[in-house]
Ligand binder design. Structure first.
Ligand SMILES: Nc1ncnc2c1ncn2[C@@H]1O[C@H](COP(=O)(O)OP(=O)(O)OP(=O)(O)O)[C@@H](O)[C@H]1O
Ligand SMILES: [Mg+2]
Length: 492
């Protein structure tokens, strides 16, 4: 397949092409001051290659969401999802080979770093059979791989820098091709910048950035002075996917809109009423805007609740008002539903399918048992499922220890509650620490790496402590409660 795309033209010298196949192996760094046209350049690159290669865009400002309309990218609003969910999304976008825009707008700097790291971590850790090529575009890369410690927490910086280093240094084998853009080369971590072999350098004013750019391009610093005079949308290109000698490239037009159109001068007429009154009129208390940095987000129903709502709507349609339901007491109904769930989980194959899939199955079985109209909603089903997956016995489930475990679990994201209860049960019952594979199974995944990350996550949040006994076997304690497992199998 011809893997050439046209980025624009060389002034006075025909089209400026980029070899996508080569780009996948050799990565790209774009730098230029604000307004030099980096985002425009990235957009051109993404549009031209959208039908040729899968793409992931880490978008701190929501600049690229418009790619969805024309090219069908899935836009993930990061603010609506947990860190864990983004890790899974990173993995799944590769499994299903979907192009994605990760919109990080509205998150604070610390969250932007952690959420982006989780997503990139998921893409990086996907099993080998899914290592198809993906362009991973990171705009404002200095936010995710800062050269110096800033105001964000060390933890966020460590995670995000790690993910960016993985992307640029170890991503190639896994099919990930990093394309990063930055306003200030001097603010970007050196090891991340150094791994790109292709460069597009736009207008740059500060000496320190120019010096770094000259070093990367192998130019004399004096020559780099010319970066000051570059016009908006014009870049000096160099690298195996672009050209063998530095050459000026003028980036072509784009098909989709940018939201950052920038300030535009527009004529305006003077206001009619006296300005003082217009601007300083007293404000009624109820009109006072909240001091929040941004309006409270309209809560978006998550995917699971949407599925649940869908299921309920389906069911209501299927059951006319006058249809008879076996009248039973609340307690009987709950016992009936618990029995249905036990039955479902008794089937080894089905037991560890994802919760939304199980929920659909559950609803059908409830209807068959005449419990349709009173079936649990998705949230309560999730709790029941978590309890069932923990493997707790009836006796234990009535103990005060278990109530304490459940209240600890209630503070966790829903998808983690089952895993936590499973671990807590092992600790309360003083059984051996579960192996990674068992933990993964309870979480509904085959990845042992995921299980270890879950443990790491719970440990980071001071819920559990892991240590190894003298012979390298894992022991797990639940912080605060004092429950502790026996040593698990070695190297679990
Ligand atoms: N090659 C070009 N042709 C036409 N318009 C361009 C070109 N490059 C940039 N522009 C326009 O210039 C403005 C600034 O460009 P862009 O947003 O890409 O800058 P940037 O380098 O990403 O800036 P920042 O670092 O502040 O995000 C935009 O309105 C964009 O549409
Ligand atoms: Mg930009």
């Amino acid at each position: 397949m011809n893997s050439m795309i046209t980025m624009g033209d060389v002034p006075g010298g025909g089209p400026a092409q980029m070899d996508l196949g080569e780009l996948l192996a050799t990565r790209l760094l774009v730098q230029g001051n604000s307004g030099s046209g980096k985002s425009h350049l990235l957009r051109r690159l993404l549009e031209q290659s959208a039908r040729m290669v899968q793409q992931a865009i880490i978008d701190p400002e929501g600049d690229f969401v418009s790619l969805a309309e024309k090219f069908g990218h899935l836009v993930i609003e990061a603010a609506d999802h947990s860190e864990m969910a983004l890790h899974a999304a990173g993995e799944r976008m590769r499994v299903h080979r979907a192009s994605v825009v990760l919109n990080l707008e509205g998150l604070d700097a610390d969250q932007q770093m952690r959420w982006a790291a989780a997503f990139m971590g998921g893409m990086f850790e996907v099993p080998r059979q899914h290592w198809y090529p993906v362009l991973v575009v990171v705009d404002e890369a200095q936010l995710f791989a800062p050269a110096a410690a800033g105001e964000v927490s060390d933890e966020a910086r460590r995670q995000s820098l790690g993910a960016m280093t993985n992307l640029m240094c170890r991503g190639r084998k896994r099919g990930l091709a990093g394309i990063i853009a930055t306003q200030r080369l001097a603010k970007l971590a050196k090891n991340v910048a150094a791994e790109a072999s292709n460069f597009l350098m736009g207008r740059t004013f500060l000496d320190i950035d120019m010096a770094r750019a000259a070093d990367l391009l192998g130019m004399e610093r004096r020559q780099a002075e010319s970066f000051r005079d570059l016009e908006r949308g014009t870049f000096v290109a160099l690298g195996p996917a672009l050209c063998r000698r530095p050459s000026v490239v003028r980036i072509g037009v784009v098909e989709t809109d940018s939201r950052s159109a920038g300030p535009v001068l527009a004529p305006f007429a003077p206001p009619e009423a006296p300005v003082h009154d217009l601007i300083l009129a007293p404000v009624a208390a109820q009109d006072m805007p909240a001091r929040a940095r941004r309006p409270a987000p309209v809560p978006q129903p998550d995917l699971l609740s949407q599925l649940a709502a869908h299921g309920e709507a389906q069911m209501n349609r299927a059951e006319p008002e006058d249809e008879l339901e076996t009248p039973t007491s609340q307690a009987e109904r709950e016992a009936g539903m618990a029995a249905i769930l036990r039955d479902m989980l008794g089937d080894e194959e089905a037991a560890f399918r994802p919760a939304p899939v199980l929920y659909q199955d559950f609803l059908v079985r409830c209807r068959i048992a005449g419990l349709g109209r009173n079936a649990l909603d998705m949230r309560r089903f999730g709790r029941l499922l978590a309890t069932a997956r923990s493997g707790v016995s009836r006796d234990l489930s009535e103990s005060s220890d278990w109530q304490q475990a459940e209240s600890l679990a209630a503070g966790l994201p829903e998808d983690l509650q089952g895993v936590f209860l499973f671990l807590a049960r092992a600790a309360i019952e003083q059984q051996p620490c579960p192996a990674d594979a068992d933990i993964a199974r309870v979480y509904g995944t085959a990845s042992n790496g995921r299980a270890r990350r879950l443990l790491g996550w719970l440990e980071d949040r001071n819920l559990i402590v892991l240590r190894s006994d003298g012979v390298g076997r894992r022991v797990l304690s639940v912080i605060g409660a004092g429950w502790e497992t026996l040593p698990g199998v070695a190297d679990a």
